[in-house]
Write a protein that binds this ligand. Sequence first.
Ligand SMILES: NC(=O)c1ccc[n+]([C@@H]2O[C@H](COP(=O)([O-])OP(=O)(O)OC[C@H]3O[C@@H](n4cnc5c(N)ncnc54)[C@H](O)[C@@H]3O)[C@@H](O)[C@H]2O)c1
Length: 359
Amino acid sequence: MKIGIIGLGYWGPNLVRNFLGNKLVEKVIACDLKEDRLAQIKSKFPGITVTNNYKELLDSDIDAVAIATSVNTHYNLAKEALEAGKHIWVEKPFTSSSQQAKDLIKIAESKKLNIFVDHTFLYTGAVIKIKELIDNGELGDILYFDSVRINLGLFQHDVNVIWDLAPHDLSIMKHVLVGKEPIAVTASGISSYNCLENIAQMSVHFKDNSCFAHFHVNWTSPVKIRKIMIAGKKKMLVFNDLEYSEKIKIYDSGVEFDSTESIHNALVQYRTGDMYSPQVGQSEALTSAVSEFINSILEKRKPLTDGQNGLEVVEILEASQKSIKKRGTPVYLNDNSEFDPLKQAEINRSEFTGSEVLN
Ligand SMILES: NC(=O)c1ccc[n+]([C@@H]2O[C@H](COP(=O)([O-])OP(=O)(O)OC[C@H]3O[C@@H](n4cnc5c(N)ncnc54)[C@H](O)[C@@H]3O)[C@@H](O)[C@H]2O)c1
């Protein structure tokens, strides 16, 4: 396979290193508009060809293109690459809108080309283990998914903090909560310095209230936290990505009611059993992601993180942006319509009556 990589900023060099490390890759051409980025990559990996013109790369004999540029450039570069007959790898988030994602999926299908969206976390040992535990019923029916991803983060110039950080957690949520259908999003956030939110909270509501998911992202936190809590009816799990050896802890804890008739009469019993930390694979997620991309092309199948996967995450991001603009009004995912009280029965939450004045 011959691979082109566009964008050699913060993330692109990791792609160069991992593509070069794959034994099925015979050639890498790397591209950036900035000469200093090209010089740096050339000094680190002298064997690769570099160019400052992505059109040169698309005109060459490469089989696939990896796009690691800022989000607002993904669509045009991806479209041109597909039209030039190249399979594409696109960094998260896939596109700036769901319409763009749908367009790319349509072009790729018509040309029988693969789209891979780099939802890197799905290739980590920790997420592979979490999925295995949930699929095997170890946690029982999942009640909620709660994530915190905050630090003094790099302010992006084209997307807010949700579009920058939440794709990781959303892709994990979609991957592990099989059979739970997200139907609406509520979000709020503030822009302390410019027009892009740097602190935000988002909730995802599921069909039949079968689950609840919450996301807290922030570029202006004094401490770095990377935690996901997933509670099931049987057991609860905490994934702390900053831990080196015990990334996942499973708590044999829960709440049990002795009656389902009336919450007021029911006796609540708390169960606090043992905690254990399962072994998780330590290999680099990008290495597995690169293998999956290349193997899916060679085996003529869709990759685990395909265009549809990327689209589903973008739909939630898009809904969150609409909800922020409307100060937390719920936005439906199927048609992105704003909250319709007539649909309340479907969402089954009498508390969801919009804003109420307290005094
Ligand atoms: N998967 C992950 O875990 C992960 C981590 C970080 C960033 N990302 C994603 O990677 C992408 C890039 O992020 P970054 O932080 O590396 O950005 P960055 O701004 O550091 O780098 C982007 C680079 O792209 C170059 N570029 C832009 N347009 C170009 C063009 N037309 N031709 C050639 N070069 C061009 C810029 O000169 C710049 O060097 C984003 O989508 C981001 O969300 C993914």
